[in-house]
Design a protein around this ligand. Structure first.
Ligand code: ADP
Ligand code: ASP
Ligand code: MG
Length: 815
């Protein structure tokens, strides 16, 4: 005997019903089979909505209409494909069923009927009609069918909802039934009967449970659960698209996964199968040939691996403080028996003997009910102040990491703790003693999907993937792509993959989430017609299936910088040489940092100052370890270092500027360099890193260009105007030389955060005397570094060094 249970997702329309009937036919060729069906997808949700506003009004009328339409379409659709299908009868049956319900609802107030009884009748109608349609479909295909009435045969306690089945009584009932040979057995899922033979239901998703009960009662070898995914995954594949399919898991693991949120199985399904040693197989109705997941006895030594991660959204804790020191265990036992008697599941509990408190974690919907019961049953203890019930109104979330015996394996626990390191979970409690197969984390974070994704990928993947969305394709970006392409094999050997998912300039974008080929990207970009849109890039990059997405902003654009807040908010990292965001107002500067911390995302900008020279990291490390800035002096502009070096060699300022631009040393518009604005921005960034709350206007620039030149917008006009200054600079250099000095464009930060940018004559004694040819030098006097300062020196501009700085930031994104 084989049980086949088809869920609502397998029965949502006529096409799927016909597919299911084909699977049934195929299985019936080799085996005796019993079929358990759910209601078509969404039907039970609608029926539940009717229950919520039990009066017959416009709203419930609409819902009824929706439900009836689904069923009519279902029946009519089958009729088109299947000869002899009694469509008219079925349509009549649907109409009568719902007319009858509507009448009952209209009457319920007048008669003051037992509303719970009517609720369970309403909510089960999907299953009843579902099985009726399947039965007629099989009959019209000339099969013999046999109906098992769950109300008569599946015996439960008296609860109308979430009832527990009395398996031994049910088995007796079912084994008494004389099932004729060569009949396909059919039973609606989700439904059972109480002692008075009234209809009761087994809780949402309860058809899985029905199938398990029937499997036990019919001594089946296998219970097959047919659904819309290939089997049980390491996490819900609809939320974590990188989840991996599990070929087989143990009964214990399946119980734990389903009890803590894996809605693929009703939590009560596995225990009866486990006790009777019946295999359970999860199969995909849309791809019946796939093997699915087998749940069976697995010998311990085979599996101390982590199998899955699940979560429950609405958890609360009930905290009871015990104010006496004697007989504590007696009170604890009493409290437990109250939970047990009222059938309220304690997910887990923690007893703190230090605080004399017990923390019970339960599903939120039971909170008020259990509080009232506890108040009643512990009235005496409350009056005499033996206990207090502490009110905590916080909704919590529970994450459970499941695997056979994981709690007896220190290495697995280490791995779990390491995976938590990369999240921003606010962990309220962890519990490793509740079960040897579960590692439970309680948190109050609201959106935990992103954190589960991080934990999941860390636990189940060895490979570190960074998905790159590159904006701007100037010299730096091109150099970066070359470096990534060249290094890809070496990174791969270290299990690191940099996947380029998009390349864009201000006009268009090339997108491929599988990764753009870096040998042919230029041709591909040339032929793309997709218009550039930053919002679309964010939409692609925030896709939850990505491991570690980053937007690299290789532009100098203020508009792109204005999106950084949104980018980080959408769980995307940022790496950028663009200084605009860091030189916005202090408020915006702080906002970006706050959202990055909140979302646990990285905002790296090492190349904002002096290209690849590790100045930002150095300052961060120094200040984190307690150092303080005393003063700073430096040549922060590779272009001006190059230009003033060339002036000493006899070139004119316009010639030197053109040359610097060609070599990629200048900003896109060299005016930004010569105006001193670019250096001022860098100085502002350094000052802010050092703890000064300054604005760009606070940086004093002593200009080297006449005012009218600062107003020129066009790059080429600017460069041609520059030649008018050739003689002025020639004379200035000559004068300095006379006193054995050179001209250097220097930025300084003095005590108190006084910042200045100016062209200064320096003599040989000054360490900046020899800094030229595009070199930068940063001289830091700090509490730790004095009187001899910390000096960083090296190329501070140029495509390759800037790209290398970005590369190094990317490597820092790795967990
Ligand atoms: P059915 O209608 O077949 O009963 P359900 O929606 O009740 O389907 O259950 C199937 C769904 O369970 C899947 O579509 C999936 O989104 C969800 N699910 C949750 N956790 C898991 C998991 N660990 N593995 C597979 N599916 C899961
Ligand atoms: N139809 C019910 C529900 O949607 C039972 C089930 O699908 O298993 O919860
Ligand atoms: Mg289900």
């Amino acid at each position: 005997m084989r049980i086949l249970k088809f869920g609502g997702t397998s029965l949502s329309n006529s096409k799927k019903f016909l597919e299911v009937s084909k699977i049934i036919e195929k299985k019936f060729k080799n085996d005796n089979i019993a079929i358990v069906l759910s209601a078509p997808a969404k039907i039970t949700n609608y029926l539940e909505q009717i229950n919520k506003n039990i009066t017959f009004n416009k709203n419930s009328k609409n819902i009824f209409q929706k439900i009836e339409t689904i069923f009519y379409e279902l029946s009519n659709g089958i009729n088109k494909q299947q000869n002899n299908f009694p469509n008219n009868n079925i349509n009549k049956y649907i109409t009568n069923t719902f007319d009858d319900l509507k009448n009952k609802i209209k009457k319920i107030k007048l008669l003051n009927d037992n509303s719970k009884k009517l609720f369970s009748e309403i909510i089960s109608k999907g299953e009843i009609i579902s099985i009726k349609i399947m039965q007629q479909l099989l009959i019209s295909k000339n099969y013999l069918t046999f109906y098992i009435d769950p109300i008569k045969n599946i015996v439960t306690n008296n609860d109308y909802f979430e009832s527990d089945v009395n398996i031994s009584k049910t088995k007796k009932n079912i084994q008494k039934i004389k099932i004729p040979n060569k009949h396909i057995i059919l039973m609606p899922g989700f439904i059972a009967g109480n002692k008075n033979h009234e209809l009761v239901t087994l809780g949402r998703n309860g058809s899985d449970y029905s199938a398990a009960i029937l499997a036990v009662c019919l001594n089946a070898k296998v219970c097959e659960i047919w659904t819309d995914v290939d089997g049980i995954y390491t996490s819900d594949p609809k939320i974590i698209p990188t989840a991996k399919l599990l070929k087989s898991i143990s009964y214990q693991e399946a119980i734990e996964l389903s009890s803590f949120g894996a809605k693929i199985l009703h939590p009560k399904t596995i225990l009866p199968l486990f006790k009777s040693n019946i295999k359970c197989i999860i199969k995909n109705t849309y791809f019946p040939e796939k093997t699915g997941t087998i749940i069976q006895n697995i010998f311990e030594e085979q599996s101390t691996n982590i199998k899955g991660i699940t979560y429950l959204n609405n958890i609360v804790n009930i905290v009871i403080k015990i104010n006496i020191f004697k007989n504590i265990n007696f009170i604890i036992e009493k409290i437990f028996s109250i939970f047990l008697n009222f059938d309220i599941q304690i997910l887990f509990h923690v007893t703190s003997y230090l605080e004399n408190k017990i923390y019970f974690y339960i599903i939120q919907k039971y909170k008020d009910q259990i509080k009232n019961i506890l108040k009643k049953k512990l009235q005496k203890e409350l009056i005499y102040d033996i206990i207090n019930i502490i009110n905590i109104d916080q909704t919590l979330k529970l994450i459970n990491i499941v695997g056979n015996n994981i709690n007896n394996n220190i290495n697995v626990q280490k791995k779990i703790f390491l995976s938590l390191k990369n999240t921003n979970l606010n962990i309220i409690s962890t519990n490793t003693t509740f079960s040897k197969n579960s590692f439970i984390i309680i948190t109050n974070n609201n959106n935990i999907h992103e954190n589960i994704k991080i934990i999941h990928n860390k636990l189940f993947y060895k490979i570190n993937i960074i998905e790159i969305f590159l904006i701007g394709i100037g010299g730096v970006a091109k150099a970066l792509l070359k470096q990534i392409q060249k290094q890809s094999q070496i990174l791969k050997n270290k299990n690191i993959i940099f996947k380029i998912c998009s390349i864009s300039n201000s006009k268009k974008m090339l997108i491929n989430l599988d990764g753009i080929n870096l040998i042919t990207w230029k041709e591909q970009f040339h032929t793309t017609h997709k218009k550039f849109c930053i919002k679309k890039i964010i939409k692609y990059a925030k896709n939850i299936s990505l491991f570690n997405p980053v937007i690299i902003d290789c532009t100098a654009s203020q508009e792109i910088a204005n999106f950084y807040y949104d980018i980080l908010k959408n769980n995307i990292n940022i790496v950028t040489p663009n200084k605009k965001a860091n030189t916005n107002t202090w408020k915006e500067y702080a906002n970006i940092r706050n959202i990055a911390i909140k979302k646990n995302k990285k905002f790296f900008y090492e190349t904002n100052v002096s290209a690849g020279l590790p100045i930002i990291k150095t300052l961060k490390n120094l200040f984190d370890s307690g150092d303080e800035l005393i003063s700073f002096e430096g040549i922060l502009s590779g272009s001006l270092s190059f230009i003033f070096g060339k002036l000493e060699e006899g070139l004119s300022i316009s010639e030197a500027t053109i040359m610097a631009k060609k070599l990629g040393f200048t900003e896109p518009n060299p005016k930004d360099d010569l105006s001193g604005l670019d250096v001022a921005r860098k100085l502002l960034i350094l000052a802010r890193e050092s703890g000064y709350k300054l604005e760009l206007e606070d940086i004093k620039i002593i200009p080297i260009l006449p005012k009218y030149m600062l107003k020129i917008k066009d790059k080429n006009t600017f460069i041609s105007e520059l030649s008018k200054l050739n003689e002025y600079f020639y004379n200035k250099i000559k004068l300095a030389k006379k006193y054995k000095k050179v001209l250097r464009f220097i930025g300084t930060i003095k005590k108190g955060g006084l910042c200045k940018v100016e062209l200064t004559e320096v003599d040989k004694k000054n360490p900046l005397y020899n800094v030229k040819n595009g070199e930068n030098a940063l001289i830091i006097y700090s509490k730790y570094y004095q009187p001899i300062p910390l000096v960083l020196k090296g190329y501070g501009a140029g495509n390759n060094v800037t790209a290398a700085g970005i590369f190094s930031d990317l490597l820092q994104l790795l967990p």
